[in-house]
Design a protein around this ligand. Structure first.
Ligand code: SAH
Ligand code: SF4
Ligand code: F3S
Length: 479
């Protein structure tokens, strides 16, 4: 068993070494050419984190970032397929790029979740022959090799793996912020919620080794990062993956998400730890305990609800009920002082009746979420949901969405009032986008706060007295 694991590790290390050589090769070909790349990222923070890795590799190959696709010699799309609108955006952009490609010879590369769907790659084959590289979620690390192949022989490269990917360490990374950083702790998903495409395009759960995670966070702390967001489709099933069971190991006492949080909490320099997304079914007491006792772990917890109806939750394969969700919330509220909650909700999943929808509204009223990310159900080919016959008509989905939105907004307005007069710890992130004379930051509960103050307060956690509230931000004074 031991040797098997060793070999596996060696192969991924060797694979990354090979890619480093391709990076050097492409760098040599591109020497003195002052080439530019652009990258469009659709989808969730996991995709954004992947794009940071893509940018890291591409910049090492000698490309400089441009925000304008028209100036790009290499145009990358990192796609999402969780809902339909992402597809419309990709194909719209690809249409625009055709002319730019003709004028400039831009290399076009498309990767990410959507490329794991056969009907999409078929469409690209048939209708977008000018796309040079197609790569999937399991072959992201091979982009240097793909680019080298294009530069050497100009033939289209398709590099998609249907089987599960491995965990690759040691890729270069170019982060978007120098204050907040995302750290992926696990890849894939085993849950197969019946509406969701993610398990099909991201493969089974694979946890990163705690050693690699701790090393990454320690390096970030040394570089001056203050806030870390731990990422995964189901962060609280960390280590309960097939790969991990094989080894049955612990590392410095870490054998679960709860113990991982505790260790990261000890890393000096990091001020805030967030994580998304946990799954309510795996929200064990030890996780609640870690949140309560780790001072750096933010008390805003994202707890995806999806529906408030036990019947719908069963159809969705979520493995909890309305009652058990509410019980969990109560337990968390009791144990974690200053707890705030955010959530994801889907309206109009197959078979949702008015009564089911009322249950969702009921949970929203009872919990009082800080923020609700609301989605209209979008049928995803290949998921069980797409085969269900009792689909909800579009206009009813929209009506329900509007009703939910109204409730959520009125709750946020009410909730904002509670902040006025309180003192909040605010991590100041930089200048306010809308008023350059002000600085903007976020509370533990992720509310935007704007304040007046000198440049020196940027990157620091300040005590701020909230003086007024507005729908999407609070105004405060440094105390
Ligand atoms: N793993 C996370 C979230 C993954 S996708 C979790 O379980 O919470 C992010 C959100 O997109 C989901 O929480 C869900 O609310 C929404 N979503 C997923 N599939 C969808 C679909 N087919 N239509 C509409 N929304 C969807
Ligand atoms: Fe999708 Fe469910 Fe997995 Fe989240 S837990 S990624 S909603 S299948
Ligand atoms: Fe989208 Fe893939 Fe994330 S489908 S939501 S980018 S995991």
């Amino acid at each position: 068993m031991e040797t098997k694991i060793k070999n596996k590790e060696q192969t991924t290390i060797e694979e990354i070494e090979a890619q480093k050589q391709y990076i050097e090769k492409v760098k040599e070909i591109n020497k003195n050419k002052k080439l530019k790349y652009s990258i469009l990222t659709l989808g969730c923070q996991l995709n954004e984190n992947d794009s940071e890795k893509l940018s890291g590799m591409i910049e090492q190959m000698g490309y400089e970032r441009t925000e304008d696709f028209k100036d790009a010699d290499l145009a990358i799309f990192n796609t999402c397929c969780v809902r339909e609108n992402a597809e419309d955006r990709l194909f719209g952009k690809l249409g625009e790029l055709k002319k730019i490609k003709e004028e400039r010879g831009t290399i076009i590369a498309i990767g990410g979740c959507m490329m794991q769907e056969k009907h999409i790659t078929k469409k690209i084959h048939e209708s977008y022959p000018y796309v040079d590289i197609i790569f999937g979620t399991h072959t992201l690390h091979k982009v240097p090799e793909d680019i080298n192949r294009i530069l050497e022989n100009q033939k289209r490269v398709e590099d998609i793996l249907d089987i599960d990917g491995k965990v690759y360490e040691g890729l270069p990374i170019k982060r978007e912020s120098n204050l907040k950083a995302s750290v992926t702790i696990m890849y894939g998903c085993n849950n197969f919620c019946s509406y969701c495409i993610v398990p099909y395009v991201r493969g089974r759960e694979r946890s990163r080794h705690p050693k690699d995670i701790l090393e990454e966070v320690k390096n970030l702390a040394q570089e001056g990062y203050k806030e870390i967001t731990l990422l995964g489709q189901n962060v609280n099933s960390y280590l309960v993956s097939e790969n991990w069971k094989e080894t049955g190991k612990e590392y410095n006492g870490i054998n679960s998400f709860a113990t991982l949080l505790k260790e990261i909490n000890k890393i000096e320099g990091i001020e805030r730890i967030r994580f998304i997304s946990p799954h309510p079914k795996d929200f064990t007491d030890d996780v609640i305990e870690s949140i309560a006792t780790c001072d750096k772990v933010c008390k805003l917890i994202h707890l995806p609800l999806q529906s408030g109806s036990s019947k719908m939750l069963k159809v969705m394969n979520r493995k909890y009920t309305k009652e058990s969700y509410l019980e969990l919330v109560e337990k968390m509220k009791k144990r974690i002082p200053n707890l705030t909650l955010s959530t994801d909700i889907i309206v109009g999943f197959a078979g949702e009746t008015e009564e089911d929808f009322e249950d969702t509204l009921d949970v929203v009223r009872k919990v009082g979420f800080e923020q609700v990310y609301m989605f209209i159900y979008s049928i995803r080919e290949g998921t069980p949901g797409s085969k269900m016959e009792n689909q909800v008509p579009e206009e009813i989905k929209h009506e329900r969405f509007d009703k939910l939105k109204e409730l959520v907004e009125s709750q946020i307005e009410e909730n904002n009032k509670k902040y006025v007069g309180t003192i909040q710890k605010v991590l100041i992130e930089g200048l306010s986008k809308n008023n350059k004379d002000m600085k903007a930051g976020r509370t533990d509960s992720n509310k935007v706060v704007i304040v007046e103050g000198p440049d020196e307060i940027i990157n620091k956690v300040m005590d701020v007295k909230i003086v007024s509230e507005h729908m999407w931000y609070l105004k405060g004074e440094i105390v």
